[in-house]
Ligand binder design. Structure first.
Ligand SMILES: C[S@@+](CC[C@H](N)C(=O)[O-])C[C@H]1O[C@@H](n2cnc3c(N)ncnc32)[C@H](O)[C@@H]1O
Length: 476
């Protein structure tokens, strides 16, 4: 064993990255464009809270990277982002201080290097040398020895052996065990376990499905094109549950390029979102059924579906959105439909009460759609949930004020976290004197919906995002 491997590497420096001695960030290393892009994306995510799946395609385009290099850059960026917790645990086991004391740029290099060593077939020397070079370029030559030593230590074991060493015991800590095995933060694994009422095989299936890349779903605009026609044109499959849904095959290319989407006969929308919007329209009503409201409408996916269905039944939709730029997206999505978009705070939107149907698709932690954003699970914090539940309760209370007696409301969040789902709804229903309806009735044909009255969809059960839907009727 080399002396490097015997020594426990020490950290290169404390605190923030060393100022670069040669002015601004270096141009991409021409000999290793894939790793350079991956590193730059991790940097943007860490420093600017950027979204990897937005930054990466931009950088690939700007730098004209395609083919195998683009594929490698994508694999490294998304893989290292998803597996961050596991990679960090391994790196921490290879150094003699907390990870928080490692310079951010160096840490990005270590994460990318560890990912290559543990989860790809990149040869050890290629992975280590490449990351040492990048670390040297970005953080200075004094870090090269440290990065080299840490990565050599990481490479002494494969992923299975590291997991064996680092994973808590399944019997004494089942949630910690699965969290580490599936590279999820413990608090998210616990939230899933509480929502599922399971810490075993089903939790494992849920966490594994959360790691898989989601299929792309389209919604066929009601009255314009049927799901059958849309499936035939796009080469997709008619969705199993939504009457308007189509699942595109993997690798079908950019759905925005397909003719039906360009002509606004269809749009990209997860089947779970379609089901929740449609559920609201399925609830029987006595009396008028003309005024519908979408209280949190941006960017307009559900408003467009509701608008199309309203158009077919002679109703109109008011779509409220607080953020002006998102309200513009709603306008674009609902062009030509009987939808009026208003920029307002849904907690006090200044609208005339008396709505027949209201959708509250509330801002939420998004724990149900983590699979769409590789880094999202590591960015979210438990405190996000407590901040959001207050806003969710206020929006729901406002919606009840605007609903007519006998009118119906769907409360939807893309999260299975019990505080954001049952917690918010139970409180609001008590305060507003509302009846909680059995939402499962409005999801016909959808299996595994549990005991009700709420509907919680799951990627591993339904192939959808983990959307939650409660349906309530105002009593008086
Ligand atoms: C989950 S998203 C809605 C998704 C949308 N229904 C769709 O299907 O495309 C929640 C939206 O609520 C908006 N929002 C946040 N706070 C709000 C408030 N106080 N009033 C109205 N809208 C708000 C956010 O800007 C965001 O666009």
């Amino acid at each position: 064993m080399s002396p490097e491997r015997e020594r426990r590497p020490s950290r290169p420096q404390r605190g923030r990255p060393a100022p670069r001695k040669q002015g601004p960030r270096r141009p991409p290393a021409p000999e290793d464009p894939a790793r350079r892009v991956a590193l730059d994306v991790l940097h943007a995510v860490r420093e600017r809270d950027a979204y990897a799946n937005l930054v990466l395609p931009d950088l690939l385009r700007q730098r004209r990277i395609s083919g195998r290099d683009a594929a490698l850059a994508t694999e490294l960026t998304y893989g290292a982002s998803r597996a961050q917790g596991l990679l960090d645990a391994v790196i921490e086991a290879c150094i003699d201080r907390p990870l928080s004391k490692v310079d951010g740029t160096v840490l990005d290099c270590l994460r990318l290097g560890a990912y290559q060593l543990l989860r790809t077939r990149v040869p050890e020397h290629a992975a280590v040398d490449a990351m040492v070079n990048l670390a040297r370029a970005d953080a200075g030559s004094h870090v090269a020895g440290f990065v080299n030593a840490v990565l050599r230590k990481v490479s002494e074991k494969d992923e299975a052996a590291w997991l064996e060493e680092l994973t808590p015991d399944r019997d004494s800590d089942p949630i910690g065990h699965l969290a580490m095995r599936t590279a999820h933060p413990r608090w998210i694994a616990r939230a899933f376990a509480e929502a599922l009422g399971d810490k075993g095989t089903e939790l494992q299936a849920a966490l594994e499905a959360d790691d898989a890349r989601p299929e792309v779903h389209l919604v066929a605009r009601p009255g314009e094109i049927s799901a059958d026609e849309l499936a035939a044109i796009t080469g997709g499959d008619v969705a199993p549950y939504s009457p308007y849904g189509v699942h595109l095959p993997a690798g079908a290319g950019d759905p925005g390029d397909s003719e039906p989407v360009k002509e606004k006969l269809a749009a990209v929308q997860d089947e779970g979102s379609q089901l929740c919007a449609v559920a609201l329209t399925r609830v029987p009503l006595e009396g008028s059924d003309e005024r519908w409201l979408d209280l949190c409408a941006g960017p307009g996916g559900k408003a467009a579906l509701l608008g199309a269905l309203a158009g077919l039944s002679g109703a109109r939709v008011d779509a409220v959105e607080q953020a002006p730029h998102r309200a513009r997206l709603v306008e674009k999505a609902t062009e030509g439909l009987p939808v009026t978009v208003r920029v307002a705070d849904g907690r006090d939107p200044g609208l005339e009460p008396g709505y027949d149907r209201i959708l509250v698709d509330a801002p939420c932690s998004g724990l149900g759609a983590l699979r769409r954003r590789p880094e999202a699970r590591w960015r979210r914090k438990p405190s996000d949930v407590s901040d959001l539940t207050k806003l969710q309760s206020q929006l729901l209370a406002s919606a009840f004020e605007l609903l007519r007696p006998g009118g119906v409301l769907a409360y939807v969040v893309c999260s299975p976290h019990l505080a954001e789902t049952e917690g918010v709804v139970g409180d609001a229903a008590r305060r507003a004197k509302a009846e909680i309806l059995d939402a499962r009735e409005y999801f016909p044909g959808v299996p595994q919906l549990g005991d009700g009255p709420y509907v919680q969809l799951w990627p591993h059960r339904h192939g959808t995002d983990a959307m939650f839907c409660a349906v309530l009727r105002r009593l008086e």
